[in-house]
Design a protein around this ligand. Sequence first.
Ligand code: DX5
Ligand code: ZN
Length: 239
Amino acid sequence: MDSSKRKSQQRLTSKQIKIAPSILAADFGRLGEEVTRAQEAGADLIHIDVMDGRFVPNITMGPLVVEAIAKVAAIPLDVHLMIVEPDRFLRRFAESGADSISVHIEASTHLHSVLGQIKEAGCRAGVALNPHTPASALQDILDDVDMINVMTVNPGFGGQSFISGMTRKLRTLRAMVAGRDIEIEVDGGINAETLSSAMKAGADIAIAGTCIFQHKKGIAAGIAELRRAAALAIANDDP
Ligand code: DX5
Ligand code: ZN
């Protein structure tokens, strides 16, 4: 067995992947109920996609929505800022109840400073990478990062297809963060089919919207399906 295969097995057998439902695909008219359902079905964190119509061609929600979700959620709120000049809004999101805040490297001229501000505000600091941004862009900032969000679609919309070439970037990042307390998220196009390759490539947290909130049998069934796929990926990878 080659060493990369052995490493991948160690990772898969030693820990279960976390599931972070993305509320972008939820019914916004019943957001509180949907978050509660996801939480009761065993979600590990709630992923909140903030879009400004400038960094991405879509507008979603702001700190007021995070504040409303914080009132019903007991699990951590993971805020993904797809906005320009994220430093202008960090404190607002932290005060609204965010536990972790990720900014896009492509939107952050002074990333080191921004990550420091996120931590000062009491949150875990994350960096998100668009599909074209190489893993190496993070090489000199790893000491300051708690989470890395690897976008496996072009950000802006839910329901897109997983870009399979991103698994190479996931593997590169997994090797880069070895020995550090950094979690790697995979975001976009995750479902029962794509989850396994993301896990094998080294993802710690699977962010999924459509396959959970739009599941024809409901939110709990969507999460259960992902858990089954994760268990299968582990079983198939065992010697
Ligand atoms: C895309 C968002 C993702 C997205 C995931 O810009 O960052 O979090 O909502 O949704 P699905 O699972 O539908 O791809
Ligand atoms: Zn996201």
